[in-house]
Design a protein around this ligand. Structure first.
Ligand SMILES: [Fe+2]
Length: 290
C-alpha cells in the first residue's frame, strides 16, 4: 500500500506538514499543521494552514484526521483551526496528558485546565490502528524526544515526528521535560525494524548549506547513513553524544507560546474580560538554571 503524500515546508520554523491520502476524491489525514505566529507582535495567522486546506479542497479530499506526532516546542499547531474548517478529528499520543500536567503547572493554569487530553478528539496508544478511507494506519509509540511522541505508519509511509532527522543531521534533542536520550535510542531501534524501503516523512529539516530542505528519506538510508546512528552506534555512545550536544542547545524561540497552544490541541486561551486572549511568560522558570 503506497499512499500519496504531499509535504509542505513552513520556512519560519523549518517544519514539514504532510497530507496523506488514498486518491483524489478520497480520504486524507493532515499531519503536524503549523499556525503562523509573529512573536514580536503576538499575531496569529493561518496562511500556511490555508495552503493545506486549499490542497485538500483542490483534490476533493475528505479529511478524517489531523494527527500530531507530539506536543511541539518550536511551532504552534494549526490543528484547532483546521478542525473547524474540515470537521476532522484531532489526535495525539496519550502521553499528552503528562505534558499537559507538567505545563499546567509551569503556566499556572489552575484546576480549570483539564489534563486528561479532552481538548483532543482522540488519544492514541502504542499499537492502535486507524483508518483513512481505504488506507489503514497504525501507531508506534516513539518516546524520547518527548514522552508523548508517536510515529504514524500508513502503508509504506512512516511519519516519525522528531524521532529522526534527515540522515545528514541525525536526531532531535532529548532534553525537554519528559525527554530521554536512551528512550529515544530505543524508539529509533524500533523504527529500524520497519522494511528498508519504508518512506520516512520528517517533521523538520535543518539542511546544511547547499542542500534544499528534504521532507522524505527511507529507513534503509537512516540505518546506513544517519550521522548519529550509522555503523552500529550503541546506546551508551548515543546517549553520551546526545546529552553532550543537548547541553549546548538554546531553548527553541517559540517554546513558551508553542506549548501553551499545543497542549490545547492548537486552541488559544479563552479571552479575558476585555475580549483579548493572552499567553503567559513565566519568568526565570524555564530553561537553564530553572
Ligand atoms: Fe519536536
Amino acid at each position: 500500500m503506497k499512499p500519496r503524500v504531499e509535504s509542505f515546508f513552513h520556512e519560519a520554523t523549518s517544519t514539514f506538514s504532510h497530507v496523506v491520502f488514498d486518491h483524489g476524491g478520497g480520504h486524507a489525514a493532515i499531519i503536524d499543521p503549523v499556525m503562523d505566529y509573529d512573536a514580536p507582535t503576538a499575531r496569529t495567522a493561518f496562511d500556511s494552514a490555508q495552503r493545506l486546506l486549499d490542497f485538500v479542497r483542490a483534490h476533493s479530499l475528505t479529511v478524517d484526521w489531523i494527527l500530531e506526532t507530539h506536543a511541539h516546542a518550536d511551532h504552534l499547531s494549526a490543528a484547532a483551526w483546521l478542525r473547524v474548517h474540515t470537521g476532522a478529528k484531532v489526535a495525539i499520543g496519550r502521553g499528552i496528558t503528562r505534558v499537559q500536567e507538567r505545563f499546567r503547572d509551569v503556566f499556572h493554569l489552575g484546576d480549570g485546565f483539564a489534563v486528561d487530553g479532552r481538548q483532543f478528539d482522540h488519544l492514541f496508544d502504542d499499537g492502535d490502528r486507524f483508518g483513512i478511507g481505504t488506507l489503514s494506519g497504525r501507531v508506534i509509540a516513539t518516546p524520547g524526544h518527548t514522552d508523548d511522541s508517536l510515529t504514524y505508519v500508513v502503508g509504506d509511509a512512516a511519519f516519525v515526528g522528531d524521532t529522526l532527522f534527515a540522515p545528514d543531521t541525525g536526531t532531535a534533542r532529548a532534553d525537554f521535560p519528559g525527554g530521554d536520550a536512551a528512550t529515544l535510542y530505543g524508539s529509533i531501534q524500533r523504527l529500524f525494524e520497519l522494511p528498508g524501503d519504508t518512506r520516512v516523512f520528517l517533521c523538520h529539516d535543518y539542511p546544511p548549506d547547499g542542500r534544499e530542505p528534504s521532507a522524505v528519506t527511507t529507513i534503509a538510508a537512516q540505518r546506513e547513513r544517519n550521522v548519529h546512528l550509522a555503523g552500529g552506534v550503541g546506546e551508551a555512545a548515543f546517549v553520551r553524544m546526545r546529552e553532550a550536544r543537548d547541553a549546548g542547545l538554546a531553548a527553541p524561540k517559540l517554546i513558551l507560546p508553542s506549548l501553551q497552544v499545543n497542549i490545547r490541541a492548537g486552541g488559544l486561551p479563552e479571552p479575558e474580560a476585555n475580549g483579548v486572549r493572552y499567553l503567559r511568560l513565566p519568568l526565570n522558570h524555564v530553561g537553564s538554571g530553572a
